[in-house]
Write a protein that binds this ligand. Structure first.
Ligand SMILES: *[C@@H]1O[C@H](CO)[C@@H](O)[C@H](O)[C@H]1NC(C)=O
Ligand SMILES: *[C@@H]1O[C@H](CO)[C@@H](O)[C@H](O)[C@H]1NC(C)=O
Ligand SMILES: *[C@@H]1O[C@H](CO)[C@@H](O)[C@H](O)[C@H]1NC(C)=O
Length: 433
């Protein structure tokens, strides 16, 4: 090849590259993807921003780890790339749809004949309704695991329309909800299929409402400042399949899209909490009991008998360490004076709570994640009573997973979790966006 030819090729390449990269949206195969997760200080809900439609429009979406799919309020929906998903199509069976919708008004997004019907669910008000499945463009940031890369677009992304009333109770002005559940049309499975990367994603919630945390889609590294690859050194435990849906779905007999783990017992300062009912710790054939991880509840909820056993053991150990009990501060009952409680890198020095998992592994909850400091100077145990017969006995809430990396591997169906990132002198808010 002559050298002038090489120059022409190089020029052509640069021209193509610069043109394809226009508008900061490129088509290439990213290694992984990222989105911020923001904590709303008034509702303690988390939300993420994703862009949808043509032209792209940024939508604020409530973050629901166990949600089956993304849904938005389709009032005033304008997009040139929107298409309804037909009944009996492959996409419709991926959505496990059992309904076929029709509409007798002017056709528009959320209203067309022969469309695939699904059940969008709002876990904050425990309401589900009928909605139409549709496809449109989604855009999200790529990453090499270290910094944010160019935005990539996903054509034919599947999600659902919902009536405006379903956005009730969502964090300020969210137009819908982003579902990260294990099903085929959850965000993780759709994005992994689209970009052919490992079917895994990682969630890192920030405790701060001013600095967002992050969700990564695809394999690590997951690098937080200052240069810590937090995908390394995780502890792994199997994810468990709950055979019965735990959402307010219309259709019974479907497995749950939420993430369950096997908690076999609880230790406080390495001493077993006695009297835990093992029936409650297991998932029964009707889908009751067990332990799930939720970003919907701000604080871990324990079934009443488990709550009583844990709080009395905790109080015994705490008073044994010289902590002084003070009046409860709603929603918490077990509070202590913060005076004289030393601080450590992982929060106030209080009795450590260990969740016992399979094969002798455990998840340790230190002060930063077990306690909540209230405005009157009390330090409260950040667990709440979930009632006598809740559907799920232990719901691990957001406060307990903040500043931990949780990696959900959908191929191996396992959860990898880090210890508190505060030990490693970083936090979930330390990604270089
Ligand atoms: C999310 O989007 C809203 C507008 O829809 C914007 O005001 C906000 O700054 C965005 N937040 C992040 C973290 O990108
Ligand atoms: C749906 O089909 C019905 C009956 O054929 C028709 O009256 C209606 O206009 C159609 N609606 C749309 C949105 O196409
Ligand atoms: C354990 O929980 C199950 C399910 O709620 C209940 O039927 C059973 O009576 C409980 N056992 C004890 C010893 O409390």
């Amino acid at each position: 090849m002559s050298s002038s030819c090489k120059y022409i090729l190089a020029f052509l390449f640069l021209w193509l590259w610069s043109h394809c990269a226009q508008g900061d949206t490129v088509s290439f195969r990213p290694k992984a993807l990222v989105a911020p997760i923001v904590k709303d200080p008034s509702t303690l809900q988390y939300y993420t921003n994703l862009s949808l439609k043509t032209h792209l429009r940024s939508e604020r979406l409530a973050f629901h780890l166990g949600g089956s799919f993304l849904w938005i309020d389709c009032d005033n929906y304008v997009s040139s790339t929107y298409r309804p998903v037909r009944c009996r199509s492959a996409q419709c069976s991926a959505a496990r749809s059992r309904a076929c919708g029709s509409c007798f008004a002017t056709p528009r997004p959320g209203c067309s004949n022969d469309t695939c019907g699904v059940s969008p669910y709002n876990p904050f008000i425990r309401t589900s309704t009928g909605g139409d499945l549709l496809e449109d463009v989604l855009a999200i940031r790529s990453t090499d695991g270290k910094t944010q890369g160019p935005q990539v677009t996903v054509p034919h992304f599947l999600f659902s329309c919902a009536p405006a009333f379903l956005t009730e109770g969502l964090t300020g002005s969210a137009s819908g909800l982003a579902g990260f559940g294990r099903g085929k049309i959850g965000l993780p499975e759709q994005l992994a299929a689209k970009f052919s990367f490992r079917r895994k994603f990682a969630v890192c919630l920030s405790g701060s409402s001013t600095s967002p945390g992050i969700v990564f889609f695809g394999p690590g590294p997951y690098v937080l400042q200052p240069d810590k690859d937090v995908s390394q050194g995780l502890i792994y435990t199997p994810l468990l399949l709950n055979p019965v849906s735990t959402a307010g779905s219309y259709f019974l007999g479907e497995p749950s899209d939420e993430y369950f783990i096997g908690v076999k017992g609880i230790n406080i300062v390495e001493k077993p909490v006695t009297g835990l009912n093992s029936t409650l710790l297991n998932i029964d054939s009707e889908g009751n009991g067990g332990t799930k991880i939720s970003t919907v509840v701000p604080y871990t909820m324990l079934q009443t008998s488990i709550y009583k056993a844990v709080t009395s053991a905790f109080e015994r150990e705490a008073t044994g360490m010289g902590m002084k009990r003070v009046a409860g501060v709603k929603p918490f009952e077990v509070c202590f004076s913060s005076k004289g409680v030393p601080s450590t890198r992982v929060g106030p020095a209080v009795p450590t709570i260990d969740l016992l998992l399979d094969n002798g592994k455990f998840w340790s909850v230190f002060g930063a994640n077990s306690m909540v400091a209230t405005s009157n100077g009390a330090l409260c145990l950040g667990f709440v009573d979930g009632g006598v017969s809740p559907r799920t006995s232990i719901v691990i809430g957001a406060h307990q997973i903040e500043d931990h990396l949780l990696e959900f591997d959908l191929a191996y169906y396992s959860l990898g979790f880090s210890s508190s990132l505060l030990f490693r002198q970083t936090t979930c808010a330390n990604f270089k966006f």
